[in-house]
Write a protein that binds this ligand. Structure first.
Ligand SMILES: Cc1ncc(COP(=O)(O)O)c(C=O)c1O
Length: 505
């Protein structure tokens, strides 16, 4: 379609009531909407486009529990850059018809891979508004945006029983929150020794080491990203065959060397949801002048479960904390948060100066405290969710996820062909295929085929995991939509389909 310019009559109608009402229908569908290939011409159409987008989103979400969780063969139609654009109406039509059906239902109730949250109504609505207002929340000239971010962080700190000295900023996810925590820890360790790593570089602080029992791979990646190096990680042995760090072993490692040290406490390991003893680690960190970073990407929200809150004892003593909102808080991607008691040290790592920056005077620019110079108002969906649902509503989601995990764990325990690899403590179930099912074949290969068969069945999506040297399958419950009553029967049916496929050979 060639470039069209809105007719004068359309423009005047648009200017009076914000909509095109002269195109044949009181509720213009995409097919009937005029096509414009310039955003300036299209602006009068914006109300109709947003309404059409809402309808598309509603149709997508209405079927999210019914569609295959993982679509089969995915062939996205080729897209090439047109000289003359198609216009947003045509693009929306194409999106709904040819793209959305191919996307995973990862926001749905039975996508149990990785640690995947969905988007609650409050979070989704606020996320849309985040794009609509399109504020750069990294600079303090957006006073309300920056204040709102601080309010969201304060509510998160309240939820996590953290004292007022804890401050924080939003980042894209837990990986970046780990980057912020480790970079700030390194800076602090350097300053204790009269070295400014931000100024003089990583080589100014040799012998730096990371001590952790079962760190998430993203913490190791963070060490690589900031030039600390993956090899700085020294594994602390764990208790028995659990993933919880052995405090005696950590104590020995700290006594053995006076090297500048960051301890990473894991508050909810991704495979078995093990929690390190944060309080004991904080005591050791204090005694040895080490920095304590807590990776609680999803496990932080265990604070809302009376039976689990004690797993986070000592959290307030951490120097830095990594959390994710796009996991268990069910805020859309991408949204993590980095908390700290050492804002000034953090700003010495991330500070940024240029003569075109606007000095607000009262509020410091958030870009002095995190990796990005510009970012969306990520705080808004968090702020809206926390206000909309409160401690109790969010706690209900967390509790239901754990109830689902416990029920699935009990079902697996009773299943003749499946075996739990770890007790179900929180929201993750890790199990393996029994020996009779593997039947002497390569367990990793059989597990991969099982996962593919489960995904092909469409009822649910699972991802692999391993613990104690055994290949396993993980089911992580993190979505607000998942309910034991509605979803467990389908989850069990999907797993049975995978078992049947393996039995067939
Ligand atoms: C404990 C932990 N830390 C960090 C991460 C990384 O999170 P993201 O993918 O949001 O960067 C994850 C992801 O599952 C996690 O479970």
């Amino acid at each position: 379609m060639g470039k069209m310019t809105p007719r004068r009559s359309q423009r005047s109608i648009a200017r009076t009531d914000g909509r095109f009402r002269d195109i044949g229908s009181p509720f213009p569908t995409l097919a009937h909407m005029p096509r414009f290939s310039s955003p300036r011409d299209e602006r009068y159409q914006l109300p109709d486009l947003l309404e059409a987008t809402t309808a598309i989103a509603q149709r997508f979400l209405a079927g999210i529990g019914e569609r295959p969780v993982q679509p089969g063969a995915v062939t996205l139609p080729v897209a090439t850059l047109p000289e003359m654009g198609l216009g947003t109406a045509a693009v929306l039509e194409r999106l709904e018809q040819t793209v959305l059906p191919l996307l995973t239902a990862s926001a749905g109730p039975r996508y149990l891979g990785f640690v995947t949250g969905g988007a609650t109504p409050a979070a989704l609505a606020a996320d849309w508004l985040t794009a609509a207002v399109d504020n750069n929340a990294a600079e303090a000239s957006s006073v309300a945006a920056v204040t709102l971010e601080q309010q969201a962080i304060a509510m998160l700190c309240d939820l996590l029983a953290l004292p007022a000295v804890t401050v924080g900023w939003f980042v894209t996810g837990a990986t970046m929150a780990n980057v912020v925590g480790l970079a700030t820890g390194r800076q602090w360790l350097g300053e204790q020794r009269g070295v400014d790593v931000a100024e003089d570089g990583a080589s100014a602080l040799p012998r730096l080491r990371l001590l952790s029992g079962t760190p998430h791979s993203s913490a190791v990646k963070a060490a690589a990203m900031i030039g600390m190096g993956r090899a700085t990680l020294q594994r602390v042995s764990t208790i028995g065959n659990s993933e919880q760090a052995d405090i005696d072993a950590l104590s020995t490692a700290l006594r053995e060397s006076d090297a500048p040290t960051i301890i990473i406490a894991n508050a909810g390991t991704v495979t078995t949801t093990a929690f390190d003893d944060i309080d004991a680690m904080a005591t050791l960190a204090h005694e040895h002048g080490a920095w304590l970073h807590v990776d609680g990407a999803f496990g932080l929200f265990a604070m809302l479960l009376p039976a689990h809150a004690s797993s986070l004892n000592g959290l307030h003593r951490a120097d830095s904390i990594c959390g994710d909102a796009h996991k268990w808080l069910n805020v859309p991607y991408d949204c993590g948060f980095a908390l700290t008691r050492h804002a000034e040290v953090q700003s010495r790592v991330f500070r940024n100066a240029a003569n075109y920056f606007f000095d607000n005077g009262a509020l410091p620019d958030p870009f002095h405290f995190g990796p990005e110079n510009s970012r969306r108002l990520r705080a808004l969906p968090v702020w809206a969710s926390l206000l909309a649902y409160g401690r109790s509503g969010i706690g209900d989601v967390i509790a239901e996820c754990c109830a689902c995990a416990a029920s699935l764990g009990a079902w697996i325990t009773d299943h003749p062909d499946l075996e739990l690899l770890a007790p179900v403590r929180l929201n993750v179930v890790i199990f393996r295929l029994g020996d009779a099912l593997v039947a002497g074949r390569d367990a990793g290969d059989v597990t991969r085929r099982f996962l593919a068969a489960v995904a092909a069945g469409g009822d649910l999506f699972l991802t692999p995991g391993a613990t104690g040297g055994q290949h396993g399958v993980r089911a992580a419950f993190s979505n607000w939509r998942t309910s034991a009553g509605d979803d467990l029967p389908l989850i069990e049916r999907g797993i049975e389909a995978g078992v049947a496929a393996i039995r067939k050979g």
